[in-house]
Design a protein around this ligand. Structure first.
Ligand code: SF4
Length: 62
């Protein structure tokens, strides 16, 4: 079992709030878009979902 992190790149503003909120260092900001580069480390805590001001992130169980 793992977690799937989906980022709506059309909504993402690249502000990095998800990266700052994530305790597992899952995110990098590349070309002003958040990318879940380290999704294997995701804890499913949804801190990133709460931190995202534009509702661009969904975290679901695999
Ligand atoms: S759910 Fe938690 S651990 Fe997973 S990417 Fe979001 S903030 Fe990081």
């Amino acid at each position: 079992m793992g977690w799937v992190v989906s980022i709506d790149s059309a909504k993402c503003t690249g502000d990095g709030n998800c990266k700052d909120a994530c305790p597992a260092d899952v995110y990098e900001i590349k070309n002003k878009i958040a990318v879940a580069v380290n999704v294997a480390e995701c804890l499913g805590c949804e801190s990133c979902v709460e931190a995202c001001e534009v509702g661009a992130i969904k975290v679901t169980e695999e």
